[in-house]
Design a protein around this ligand. Structure first.
Ligand code: PXG
Length: 465
């Protein structure tokens, strides 16, 4: 469907009635319910095509966030709809418990083994990134138990990491506000993040990358390597504000994990499926020997919920040879329609060369376009890899100083973006972008032009311009 025919679709939704129902009955994720009610409700997004969304009032938005970092192949893909519909007619559901499989689940497990490095040959399916990380946490601890080292239980993560919202996943994550609501599970510890712009001070970025990696080693030495099961990290922290580590960081993390025999978990929920200009973020950052890969989001471009814990041979062989029954799984693990969509989604990414296009054309174009914003008095830094980027709004550019009330300026800028037709997220005062991989260079220019206008309007609002 073309963009114009989508825009012309008269959906005739009654936006007011929908917002009233929603306000009365819908508890949204990550939402201040009272504030939403005071504002009289939010937007109703009704349809989408390519990189554009429309709301119930007919306003068009360029979706600079690919939904929620996930619609990698863009909206309106009939092939994905057909893959789901055909699979639903043939077999809408069957489980993968009790020695059973389905054609799409078997096929997708082989496809993911093929797509990942040679040491990855087994896949456990779930429905969300959170569930995949829960799965990996259980597998990592179970692995060490089976290896006769049950005391190796502690998982090391980073402050400001995001690994999901179930109790295990939020414990793995390093978001204190989440920890504060219900607490975290034991034997998970958090160390420094590799956030040079915010925390690097006068240190040179590469030296800072090594220091941040060595915080992991210090924690290992403090607790004892015989207690540490695994380290988990996103190659680039997405929800934390697109924290791109210095190039020195990941090779050093890998060295430390190898030295102390600690499993390495790469959470590729955002970075996977082309986002950073390679199929996976671990390729972009030179990580060669991970033990687990978490996948979700771009795996199906968000068309249906599906995630995967991809398990390296070392762990998989132990689970298979010595593990007996693994008491774990979800009703919808390997859901046939979701697997069928993921298979077709990967076919589209390959056929259209979206990973190469991100690496060679659109990624470099985004980096250049972002750089043009650095002359702005509010912009302290822009950074990106492939099609994931960030704009740091700061109080003092020279001193790399953030605003005293974190989040206020970012929210103002976010609202200007939305009002002018651009979906750009604010993480505190970091504006983040992660558009669909089908975005064209012209649309990138359109996106950055809208971003500049919003930043100008923000500067006026706070009296800087
Ligand atoms: N790992 C990473 C790296 C993620 O970004 C998850 C795990 C959890 O996935 P599920 O499917 O359980 O949500 C995520 C999810 C945000 C935002 O505000 C980011 C995510 C989810 C919701 C909001 O940036 N990332």
């Amino acid at each position: 469907m073309t963009e114009s025919s989508q825009a012309e679709i008269g959906r005739n939704y009654d936006a007011e009635a929908l917002i009233a129902d929603d306000l009365a009955h819908h508890l949204h994720p990550f939402t201040d319910y009272k504030a939403l009610a005071e504002e009289g409700g939010g937007r109703v997004i009704t349809h989408a095509d390519g990189v554009y969304l429309w709301d119930a009032n007919g306003q068009r938005y360029l979706d600079g966030m690919a939904g929620l970092w996930c619609v990698n192949v863009g909206y309106g893909r009939r092939e994905l709809v057909s893959a789901a519909a055909e699979q639903m007619l043939e077999l809408p559901f069957y489980n993968t418990f009790f020695k059973t499989t389905t054609p799409p689940a078997a096929e997708l497990s082989a496809l993911l083994s093929d797509l990942t490095p040679a040491s990855f040959n087994h896949v456990f399916f779930a429905n969300s990134g959170s569930e995949a990380n829960d799965t990996i946490l259980r597998m990592a601890r179970h692995f060490w138990h089976l290896e006769g080292k049950p005391e190796k239980r502690v998982i090391i993560s980073r402050h400001n990491a995001y690994h999901g919202s179930t109790t295990a996943a939020l414990s793995l994550g390093g978001m204190e506000a989440m920890h504060g609501q219900g607490g975290i599970i034991p034997d998970i510890v958090h160390v420094a993040q590799p956030y040079w712009y915010g925390e690097g001070g006068d240190t040179d970025p590469e030296a800072f990358g090594l220091t941040a990696a060595r915080a992991i080693e210090e924690k290992i030495l403090e607790l004892g390597a015989d207690r540490i099961a695994a380290f988990i990290g996103e190659p680039i922290q997405g929800a934390g504000g697109v924290i791109i580590p210095p190039d020195s960081y990941w090779p050093e993390v890998q060295r430390i994990c190898r030295k102390y025999d600690i499993l390495l978990i790469c959470d590729e929920v955002i970075c996977g499926f082309g986002r950073t200009g390679n199929w996976f973020g671990f390729e972009t950052f030179g990580i060669e020997s991970a033990d687990f890969i978490t996948m979700a989001k771009g795996l199906s471009s968000g068309y249906l919920p599906i995630s995967a814990a991809v398990v390296g041979d070392r762990v998989a062989n132990t689970l298979i040879d010595k593990g007996g029954e693994f008491f774990h799984g979800f009703t919808y693990s390997g859901h046939p329609a979701a697997c069928a969509v993921a298979i077709k989604n990967i076919e589209i990414i390959r056929r259209e060369g979206l990973v190469e296009r991100c690496r060679d054309e659109t990624g470099p174009h985004l980096a250049k376009a972002l750089k043009t914003l650095e002359d702005h008095p509010l912009v302290g830094e822009t950074r990106s890899r492939g099609l994931i980027g960030a704009i740091e709004l700061v109080a003092d550019k020279a001193a790399r100083k953030h605003f005293d009330a974190p989040g206020k300026v970012g929210t103002i800028c976010r609202d200007h973006c939305i009002n002018s037709g651009l979906i750009m997220r604010a993480v505190r005062d970091i504006m983040v972008l992660s558009p669909p991989l089908v975005i064209t260079t012209q649309q990138i220019d359109e996106m950055i032009a809208m971003a500049r206008k919003a930043i100008d309007a923000t500067a006026k609002d706070i009296g800087v311009m």
